[in-house]
Ligand binder design. Structure first.
Ligand code: SAM
Length: 206
C-alpha cells in the first residue's frame, strides 16, 4: 500500500526529504504500470513493463532520487525512461528532465504514461543514453537506471562542475550504486550499496 510504503520510509529514515515524499504522493504509480499488475502497484519490488524491462522498486527509486539532491533549477538527464515514473517524480523537484530510452515501444509507453499526469517539463527521447545526450548538455544531474559496466564516460563529460551522477555499476548479476560528484573535473565517488538492475545497452553498455 502507498501509505505503508511512506510510513516505512519515514520510520526507517530511509527517505528524509519531505518534498520527495510529496512528489511520490502526487505521482501515482498506477499511471505507469500495466493493467495486469494493478493489484501489486505499491509492492516494494520491480514490475514488468514489457520488452523484458521493469519499472524499478519504489524504495530504490526514492533512494536514487534523494541521492541526486535535486534543486528547482536543475536540468537532469535520465538514462532509461522505462515507464517514465522516475522521470515524473523528478519533474516535481527539478526544472527539466530529459529522459532517454533505447526501446521504441517503451518510448511510446513512457510518453503515454506522462500524458496521464499534469507534467510539462519531461522530454522523452528515443536515444542510446549510454552516450549521454549532447544536444541538451551540460546537466546538473545524471541518473542511470540500468546496470552499467562503469559510469559511461560521455555522461560524466556532460555533467556540470559540482554536478551529481548516480547509477548501478558492476556485473550483470549484481551492482553497486555509485554516486559521483564532479569536483575540479574529477569524479569523487561513494558506494550506496548493492542492487540488481536490468543491463544498460548501447555503445557504453554490455
Ligand atoms: N526509470 C524507469 C522507470 O521509472 O520505469 C525504469 C528503468 S528500467 C529499470 C531500465 C531502462 O533502461 C529500460 O527501459 C531499458 O530499455 C533502458 N535502457 C537500457 N539501455 C539503455 C540505453 N543505452 N539508453 C537508453 N535507455 C536504455
Amino acid at each position: 500500500m502507498k501509505k505503508e510504503l511512506i510510513e516505512y520510509w519515514q520510520k526507517s529514515g530511509l527517505v528524509k526529504d519531505k518534498q520527495l515524499i510529496e512528489a511520490f504522493k502526487k505521482t501515482s504509480r498506477e499511471n505507469f504500470i500495466r493493467k495486469e499488475n494493478r493489484d501489486e502497484v505499491y509492492g516494494d519490488y520491480p514490475l514488468p513493463i514489457g520488452f523484458g524491462q521493469t519499472i524499478s522498486q519504489p524504495t530504490t527509486v526514492m533512494l536514487m532520487i534523494e541521492a541526486l539532491e535535486l534543486k528547482k533549477t536543475d536540468k537532469v538527464l535520465e538514462v532509461g525512461a522505462g515507464s517514465g515514473w522516475c522521470a515524473a517524480i523528478m519533474s516535481r523537484l527539478a526544472k527539466k528532465i530529459i529522459t532517454t530510452e533505447i526501446i521504441p515501444g517503451l518510448v511510446e509507453f513512457a510518453k503515454n504514461n506522462i500524458k496521464k499526469c499534469d507534467i510539462k517539463n519531461v522530454e522523452i527521447v528515443k536515444w542510446d543514453g549510454s552516450q549521454g545526450y549532447e544536444k541538451e548538455a551540460p546537466y546538473d544531474k545524471v541518473m542511470l537506471t540500468a546496470a552499467c559496466p562503469s559510469l559511461p564516460k560521455p555522461c560524466i563529460e556532460q555533467l556540470k562542475e559540482n554536478g551529481i551522477i548516480i547509477g548501478p555499476v558492476g556485473s550483470l548479476f549484481g551492482q553497486d550504486m555509485i554516486k559521483g560528484i564532479k569536483v575540479k573535473g574529477i569524479l569523487e565517488t561513494e558506494n550506496l550499496g548493492s542492487f540488481m538492475f536490468v543491463p544498460l545497452k548501447g555503445k557504453y553498455g554490455y
